[in-house]
Design a protein around this ligand. Structure first.
Ligand code: TXA
Ligand code: MG
Length: 344
């Protein structure tokens, strides 16, 4: 077991950030906040450092990592080609919750890209993440800072509970803003394709690109469709309790969930729902998702993790419209439920 160095960082001017930057330079693993979720970082150009990330997470080695940069000038040495469309997308959405897939250059180790000849790159807008990247002057590979298969952490407390003694250091800071991981956009294919929906939506991307596709494996669960993003094929975002989605017209959905609560009166049941519905459920355990889709994105992972401290057996989850950011929220919810859905 490792002794993890844990320190609260107030803002990007905190002198202690230099300690963490030095650790990255030394090939160590450092968890840091980003605007999407907390990331488990290490030097992206150092094979051995990248291996430590897989080990800390228990992550399958064919699931590639996202490389984080602070400045566009860092991009040139990491990729083979930067097209005009890529430039337009980067200008509009970087820094921010968008990851772009490029053809990788020689200097990016295959360990970082899970053996692929492409590399996923993102420029985070979070000020502490940005400063850490600038101080160490290295690209940092960072998946979400959870054990593989678990919900991604958006709160420092959840990170420390789960990852303490698995990494060299943890930067403790505020909650992540967006709450869901970045949109992953493959720009090596003829038509730009969303491999993982996130904070930047298809509608947003269509403001600068003529055409955007969504990987079909995201929308439907069909064993014949293999997701183009390796990470999307694994079980994901699963809290200790079983999650079951209930869909249908709102009044019927509420009634159905209440019937299910009654049928399972020997179990501890929580309901993941919009604020406006929370009084309507016959349970003491309400996981309140707020009333806007932005709030739902921000709160989803934190509520799933929080439910574990109440020892919940089953979480019945309301469903959301799959448009805009709703596509990303429903993608994570479906995966956390292992696609188990009841039609009301
Ligand atoms: O918001 C985020 O993206 C967070 C923060 C920390 O930046 N990171 C994150 O990383 O979510 P991770 O490893 O949990 O998810 C990376 C996803 C996986 O689904 C992976 O398969 C996909 O991106 N990915 C990475 N490189 C890829 C590549 N070259 N081709 C296709 N998919 C790739
Ligand atoms: Mg992840």
């Amino acid at each position: 077991m490792k002794e993890t160095f844990i320190k609260q960082i107030e803002d990007e001017n905190d002198e202690n950030l230099k300690i963490f930057a030095k650790m990255i330079e030394e090939g160590k693993t450092v968890i840091f906040p980003t605007e999407t979720v907390y990331g488990l970082g290490a030097n992206a150009l150092d094979e051995e450092a990248a291996s430590k990330i897989y080990k800390a997470k228990g992550r399958p080695s064919d699931n590639p990592l996202i490389v984080h940069i602070a400045e566009i000038s860092q991009l040139k040495e990491l990729v083979l080609e930067i097209t005009d469309d890529m430039k337009k997308v980067m200008e509009k959405f970087w820094p921010g919750p968008l990851t772009i897939i490029f053809k990788k250059s020689e200097i990016v180790p295959l360990k970082t890209t899970g053996g692929l000849d492409t590399v996923a790159i993102r420029m985070p807008s979070h000020k502490i993440a940005n400063k850490l990247l600038k101080l160490c002057k290295l690209p940092i590979a960072a998946p979400s800072a959870n054990i593989s298969g678990r919900p991604s952490p958006t709160k420092a407390k959840h990170v420390v509970d789960e990852m303490k003694n698995r990494v060299d250091a943890i930067i403790v800071s505020k909650d992540s803003d967006v709450g869901l991981e970045s949109t992953v956009l493959d720009m090596t294919s003829e038509i730009a394709t969303i491999l993982r929906p996130g904070g930047v939506t298809k509608e947003d991307l269509l403001t600068v690109l003529p055409n955007v596709e969504i990987d079909k494996a995201i929308i439907q669960k069909d064993s014949n469709l293999i997701p183009k993003s390796p990470g999307m094929k694994y079980t994901h975002y699963s809290p200790k309790s079983q999650v079951i989605l209930v869909c249908g017209e709102e009044e019927r959905m509420i009634q159905k969930i209440n019937e299910l609560i009654l049928e399972n009166d020997d179990k501890k049941i929580a309901v993941l729902c919009k604020s406006k519905n929370k009084e309507k459920y016959k349970t003491n355990y309400i996981l309140d998702m707020g009333d806007t889709i932005q709030e739902a994105a921000h709160l989803l992972f934190q509520k799933l993790i929080e439910s574990e401290s109440y020892g919940i057996d089953i979480i019945y989850a309301e469903t959301f419209d799959e448009k805009g950011l709703g596509l990303a929220v429903m993608n994570r919810l479906k995966k956390s439920a292992g696609y188990v859905t009841i039609q009301a």
